[in-house]
Design a binder for this molecule. Structure first.
Ligand code: SF4
Ligand code: SF4
Length: 361
């Protein structure tokens, strides 16, 4: 196992972390025990970062993680959990519930969870969540305060610049890294630990191995291995989360570390060039189309439209808009057809037509 320092916290974290969101929803204690066995296997193989949250696995993920860590020696693992409440009292209640379900008296990494846009970040501060989190840190209930972001690179970088956090969790993978690279650079400058979620682009990469074959280097047996290695090739990334369903998932993720050698800058640039040049019809997330005078988040809309090209299903577009970006298709109706974005689009995409298609879904 490889370990990297988590920012300036003094902790060393395994480069692959256990994402605890993919276990089947437990129906009874035996199911919880079985899922916990997977985490014990991950720990035995050197994984020391367990990322859980309320709601995951039918709201039982924290129970599963709690069942696992009760069997482990303290000091040999780090727990990460989260709260998405803006209200201070609700945040505190959520934290106390997590502590109770995990069966611990402090959580190593606790997240201000799931910032989708700067307005939400302002709310977490204005309504007391951040104040409560800092108080809990002073009390020793939280060791390190971190946040998770679905915002674009610049918006995430702006939160980092406020100096409140010791780490950030964000989506970063071979398909979207251009969206998020500035956040990674900001985190590195500020000395934050970085945990990446979604290294397989929400299943997009393994579901379309031929389309993503270009991310493979010579010694990568498949696109999944290549995607993990691509992620970990960025020195600013401390740990990439992989959602495990069973011990075999653990072993297959860890196989990516066998003979792992970080990609060179030239190899990363080659992937970027391919995204620019070779992905005919796909939005590559470069953001050159912005700004839009109607404030339409064009890259997010076009990223969602990618799902129609890759998966051929309208439903996949709606799900991407909703779950990845917290948008719905009515936003597309704000387009005034000024054409400014199409003039700037590096992929020469028919953005106006695609927005109309999204609106009509
Ligand atoms: S054409 Fe529509 S989406 Fe493009 S910049 Fe103009 S208003 Fe925005
Ligand atoms: S310029 Fe084109 S390819 Fe780049 S983000 Fe905008 S729509 Fe996507």
């Amino acid at each position: 196992m490889l370990y990297r320092p988590f920012g300036q916290t003094g902790k060393r974290v395994s480069v692959i972390g256990a994402g605890c969101m993919r276990f089947e929803t437990p129906q009874n204690d035996r199911d919880i025990g079985r899922a916990a066995e997977t985490l014990l296997h991950a720990h035995a193989r050197g994984i020391n970062y367990f990322d859980t949250a309320p709601y995951y696995c039918g709201d039982r993920s924290e129970d599963i993680v709690g069942a696992a860590v009760r069997q482990l020696k303290p000091g040999t693992f780090y727990l990460s959990s989260k709260c998405d409440k803006a209200d201070g009292a609700a945040f505190r209640k959520g934290l106390e519930r997590s502590l109770q379900r995990l069966g611990v008296d402090r959580i190593h990494f606790f997240h201000i969870w799931c910032l989708m846009n700067p307005t939400q970040w302002a709310e977490r501060k204005d309504r007391g969540a951040v104040r409560e989190a800092l108080r809990a840190k002073e009390e020793g209930l939280i060791e390190h305060l971190v946040f998770s972001s679905h915002m674009d690179g610049e918006e995430t970088a702006a939160v980092i610049a406020e100096g409140i956090f010791e780490g950030v969790t964000l989506g970063f993978n071979a398909a979207n890294f251009r969206f998020r690279r500035s956040a990674l650079e900001a985190a590195a400058r500020a000395g934050l630990g970085v945990v990446t979620m979604n290294p397989l682009a929400g299943g997009l990469i393994p579901a379309h191995p031929k389309r993503f074959d270009f991310i493979r280097e010579k010694n990568d047996p498949d696109v999944v291995t290549a995607a993990l290695r691509f992620n970990l090739s960025h020195a600013a990334i401390t740990c990439a989360l992989v959602g495990f369903r069973n011990p075999a998932d653990v072993d297959s993720a860890l196989a990516a570390l066998d003979e792992f050698a970080p990609r060179t800058d030239a190899e990363i640039a080659r992937v970027e060039r391919h995204l620019e040049e070779g992905f005919d019809g796909l939005c590559t997330g470069c953001e050159y189309c912005l700004p839009c005078p109607a404030d339409i988040p064009i890259p997010r809309m076009m990223d969602s439209y990618n799902m129609l090209i890759l998966e051929g299903e309208k439903k996949a577009v709606q799900e991407r808009l909703h779950w990845q970006w917290s948008l719905d298709q009515t936003v597309a109706g704000q387009c005034t057809e000024c054409g400014a974005c199409e003039e700037r689009c590096t992929q020469h995409l028919p953005i106006i037509r695609r927005l109309k298609e999204i609106r009509a879904l």
